[in-house]
Design a protein around this ligand. Structure first.
Ligand code: APR
Length: 239
């Protein structure tokens, strides 16, 4: 069971050039986020939804998008700990934790570089554009339509049993770059045991800041490495 659970949100990837969700006007080219990130939006205008994710996928694959110091610090930290002691639960659909070297990562809201067959539920690595005409990769099987492997508003997050099991037993729960507005991610902190130390690292106060014993306000690229250094000093007694 991991001793440390780190919950990350869009804020940790902001300094890598991936915009957060609830930024300025909350719109994408004039469309509300719910229109491009809900099953209803997908059934009423699939082309728009495919294009929204195609643009995000292309951006993620562009050479200027790289992990930042916060992703890097978490990956390095994991390597200094016994295997399995640190689990990253991310709401992000990018792959920046993995690219930084994190091994123990759960994507509770899906992954941009994967596609899912609507009929069979099979999941495929998918670094390409998707359209309603994209052929199913295994044409020998029943042809099904592919959709982005993303958890939309109104759908259930992935791996919740595994996540809750980890959260209920952890000694440290550290939330980074998340607004605390989207559930169930926002109330994972409430499932931590009473002995757990709860830390929030965010640019500004989140909706659930009061649930944390320690709040560190600032950019993730600065605050995450700083926090990990202070953690290591306390736990090893070094100064
Ligand atoms: N460092 C730290 N925090 C930052 C930074 C930064 N450089 N930049 C922004 N933030 C903070 C913002 O202050 C905000 O509180 O990150 C938070 C991002 O909030 P959201 O955009 O709401 O992202 P998130 O909490 O991940 O959203 C949850 O909602 O739209 C759905 O499924 C989508 O996974 C997403 C979920």
């Amino acid at each position: 069971m991991p001793k440390i659970v780190v919950l990350t949100g869009a804020g940790i990837s902001a300094e890598s050039g991936i915009p957060t969700f609830r930024g300025s006007d909350g719109l994408w080219e004039g469309h509300s986020i719910e229109k491009v990130a809900s099953p209803e939006g997908f059934s009423s205008n699939p082309d728009l939804v495919y294009e929204f994710y195609n643009q995000r996928r292309r951006r993620l694959l562009s050479p200027e998008i790289v992990p930042n110091a916060a992703h890097q610090a978490l990956a390095n930290w994991e390597q200094t700990l016994p295997p399995g002691d640190l689990l990253v639960v991310t709401q992000n659909v990018d792959n920046l934790h993995e690219r930084a070297g994190s091994k123990n990562v759960i994507h509770m809201h899906g992954e941009l570089l994967k596609a899912r067959c609507i009929d069979t539920g099979e999941v495929f690595e998918w670094p390409y554009d998707l359209t309603r005409d994209t052929p199913h990769p295994r044409a020998t099987k029943r042809l099904g339509r592919l959709r982005p492997h993303i958890v939309w508003f109104g759908e259930s997050p992935l791996y919740m049993n595994k996540i809750l099991e980890a959260v209920r037993h952890c000694d440290w729960f550290i939330a980074i770059g998340t607004s605390g507005k989207v559930y169930p991610a926002a109330n994972l902190v409430d499932a931590t045991p009473s002995f757990c130390r709860r830390v929030l690292i965010n640019l500004d106060a989140s909706d659930n800041s009061d649930d944390f014993q320690e709040v560190r306000l600032g950019a993730a690229s600065i605050e995450v490495p700083k926090f990990i250094r202070s953690f290591e000093v306390v736990s090893t007694g070094r100064c």
